[in-house]
Design a protein around this ligand. Structure first.
Ligand SMILES: C[S@@+](CC[C@H](N)C(=O)[O-])C[C@H]1O[C@@H](n2cnc3c(N)ncnc32)[C@H](O)[C@@H]1O
Length: 265
């Protein structure tokens, strides 16, 4: 299959931005190494799990639904295969997995969601009653699956939270067979006027509303800083290629507020 339409495909057009001291992964406030970072992230999502869906839709004006739908559409050719095995990493309460399942229809493709927050998975389990979706509590950096077990691995708004991005890519590659695909949907930083407006909303409005409704201080201030810290598309694509993806591309969604990284092993 051809790579999706992409603003950035040719690595040689973008000189390497990776230096050995550059960011390894998420660094929430108070974390001092990868273990404490992962622990802080896990606690953070567990603390906002009861209001996570409501806040997601509210703060994104429900555009998140469009982004999950677009990402799932990208993989229609895999989702339509009855024998396909799909893993949605960092699945949270399951909305990416639900979008994948809707796109798969009655194809028979098996979709599994993984997250390390029990509280987030509990909500996913409630929402998925009566469906064929299955959930597993596990760390995305240490998955309890054999090599090459999944035809497609997705991660929506979760990869950015991993304590080690390169280790995350390696783990995704490990569980994909040759020609297996991955889709990492995450926030970006739009440029120009839209970028200015968006930054104001993301840094000034969203943390306040998020804190007010969730009743928890911290997570919604962490969100903009984690996006700022996350590699820019050129760097992320280079990391994907270095990890071992033979093809990689990025497709901006909604002026680049979000975007889909696509990779083929
Ligand atoms: C922003 S939520 C995204 C949830 C869902 N994919 C969505 O699109 O709404 C990020 C999720 O990633 C999970 N997560 C972060 N790091 C993880 C890790 N190392 N292993 C498993 N799950 C992780 C968190 O627990 C949280 O549920």
């Amino acid at each position: 299959m051809n790579s999706p339409r992409s603003e950035i495909e040719n690595p040689t057009a973008h000189p390497s931005k990776i230096d050995n001291n550059s960011v390894a992964g998420a660094a929430p406030q108070g974390a001092f190494d990868k273990e404490s970072s992962a622990r802080a992230i896990q606690e953070m999502f567990t603390s906002i799990a009861p209001r996570y869906d409501l806040l997601n839709h509210l703060l994104s004006f429900s555009v998140d639904r469009l982004w999950w739908w677009r990402a799932a559409r990208q993989f229609a050719h895999i989702l339509s295969r009855p024998e396909a095995r799909i893993l949605d990493l960092c699945c949270g309460t399951g909305d990416m997995a639900f979008a994948l399942q809707r796109r798969a229809g009655k194809s028979g493709a098996k979709i599994l969601g993984v997250d390390f927050s029990h509280a987030m998975l509990q909500r996913g389990t409630q929402k998925s009653a009566g469906t064929s979706l299955r959930w597993v509590e596990a760390d995305a950096l240490n998955l309890p699956f054999a090599d090459g077990q999944f035809d497609l691995v997705t991660a929506a708004f979760g990869f950015r939270n991993l304590a080690d991005y390169d280790a995350g890519l390696q783990e995704i590659l490990r569980i994909l067979p040759p020609d297996g695909e991955c889709g990492i949907l995450d926030f970006g930083e739009p440029r120009g006027m839209i970028g200015k407006l968006y930054r104001f909303y993301f840094k000034q409005v969203l943390p306040r509303v998020g804190t007010l409704i969730s009743g928890v201080r911290g997570p919604y201030a962490y969100l903009p800083s984690s996006v700022e810290r996350f590699p820019q598309p050129e760097e992320m694509l280079e990391r994907m290629r270095r990890a071992g993806f033979k093809q990689a591309s990025w497709t901006p969604y909604t002026f680049g507020i979000a975007g889909l990284y696509w990779g083929k092993k």
